[in-house]
Design a protein around this ligand. Sequence first.
Ligand code: ADP
Ligand code: MG
Length: 317
Amino acid sequence: MTAAAADALTRVVAASPAMKEVLKIASRLATVGSPVMLEGESGTGKDLLAHFIHYRGPRRDGPFLKIHCPSIPEDLLESELFGHEKGAFTDARQAKAGKIELADGGTLYFDQVHDLQPAMQAKLLRVVEERRFERLGGTRTIEVDVRLVSSASQDLRQAVAAGTFREDLYHRLSVVPMQLPPLRERREDILPLADTFLSRERERQTTRARTFARDAADVLRGYHWPGNVRELRSVVERAALLAGDEVVQAAALPPQVLEQPSALWMGRERRPSLKDVEQAYIRHVLEQVQGNQTRAASVLGISRKALWEKRRRYGMP
Ligand SMILES: Nc1ncnc2c1ncn2[C@@H]1O[C@H](COP(=O)(O)OP(=O)(O)O)[C@@H](O)[C@H]1O
Ligand SMILES: [Mg+2]
């Protein structure tokens, strides 16, 4: 891969202090070989950071192999990792190198490592400690030079405390633990990320949109993003497709984002009073039901008369 291609593949948006720090550490780690553990909720950028650490370092021309632990059935995982010799088991008609062997000179990425079963954890520990192993059914010891990156979306310390993850393996894999904070805890990243995803869509010529309308930006910044950056990316891709012109309006955002109560006020300077929230929510419901008073009252759980009084008090049309 050319340096330019590697750069493009590993472009990490980092506007918040937390992500800037993550990126600083990752850049340093790219040049040294210590095992890195990336911890964070799904969609926070663990895969991206794993690629970053590989492609921004001296191993960039070596292989990068990922093992997604949850998706490989336990009985296949061992041969997937260690490879096998011909005849090692019934279906082993040919010898096959495993991923550890294939990653020699490069990086091995154990994705969702909390999912490894105890028996595999024990086998893996030996490789991690000695950098040596044998193929299944083989006697020849193979030495490898691999850089290890792992990820976990569950708290591994807790797993260690609960006895489901080996403490020795944990320490070996987590020489440098890195936390990727959820997106809702680094809101400064939301709009820069959204802008980046939007300009990618423009480059792919799926949209003419260049910017977000003020209210759309407010809603994006205020949403709690349970699916983190992955969810933001899908939301922006969808909105880009729906945008009729150069500005993405809030209406192009999906219901899960728009209907968040927090979408009514988050991202604004002042915290709202209960009245503000009530008023904003009534407005929101009225919009959703296109002004139908009976339906609005039923959604709000109040009588039509009570709704009428509130509208009058708040001066709503
Ligand atoms: N800081 C970031 N800058 C740019 N893109 C990001 C960033 N974080 C995540 N992404 C993108 O969001 C998506 C989900 O990230 P991913 O690395 O797969 O998350 P995880 O492995 O933690 O589930 C990917 O398309 C990734 O490229
Ligand atoms: Mg991932």
